[in-house]
Design a protein around this ligand. Structure first.
Ligand SMILES: CC(C)(COP(=O)(O)OP(=O)(O)OC[C@H]1O[C@@H](n2cnc3c(N)ncnc32)[C@H](O)[C@@H]1OP(=O)(O)O)[C@@H](O)C(=O)NCCC(=O)NCCS
Length: 164
């Protein structure tokens, strides 16, 4: 178990896994499209954040070769610092497993996430201009607009390189 202040990051038991899946479903519905492929987030391993007895967030991830992709990350918003604690836990997991790179994608409208990932030390690795048009072919439910009415259009990939 990894702790950051009063937030504990752990593998979920059955009840926490239900909370985690509920939050993932609330944010993304039944699938996540990332890097040109459709992923079922409910089949992925997850780490969950808990504060006291309260579930506060989830990270679903995929390890392929020497890369760890964070396929979905969501906080309930009840406890500040949840997103950061989940990501630091994954960086540590990557380091322990000898993974070279942690990466993820977000969309151009997600202003909070774009700020958040840079604050925790990630950098932009690639911008997929208009990539969401392709993503909508796999998942037509992706809305046309996001935060503040911004058209959802581009995919922004962030990365964190694990120092050996
Ligand atoms: C993105 C998300 C996971 C962040 O988790 P969180 O628990 O809200 O983030 P934290 O409280 O850990 O924030 C950590 C730090 O990031 C920074 N930060 C957060 N939002 C920011 C913003 N909009 N701009 C700049 N910095 C920001 C702050 O420095 C913050 O630390 P502070 O609260 O001490 O100032 C959360 O907002 C979320 O669930 N969003 C909806 C789902 C989503 O968009 N997921 C990502 C999709 S790829």
């Amino acid at each position: 178990m990894t702790t950051a202040d009063h937030i504990a990051i752990q593998d979920p038991d059955e009840a926490l896994l239900r909370d985690a899946h509920d939050l993932l479903r609330q944010q993304w519905g039944d699938s996540v499209v990332s890097l040109g492929r459709k992923v079922d987030p409910f089949t992925l391993p997850v780490r969950v954040a808990v504060s006291g007895d309260e579930f506060t967030g989830v990270a679903a991830y995929l390890i392929e070769g020497d890369e760890l992709e964070v396929v979905a990350l969501a906080a309930t918003g009840a406890v500040r610092g949840t997103g950061r604690a989940l990501m630091l836990d994954l960086f540590e997991m990557a380091r322990t497993m000898g993974v070279r790179r942690v990466h993820l994608v977000t969309t151009n409208d997600n202003l909070r996430a774009i700020g958040f990932y840079q604050v925790i030390g990630m950098t932009i690795a690639r911008v997929g201009i208009n990539a969401i048009a392709e993503a909508r072919k796999l998942k037509p439910e992706i809305p046309l607009t996001g935060e503040k009415g911004i058209p959802i259009r581009d995919e922004i990939e962030f990365e964190y390189l694990i120092k050996g």
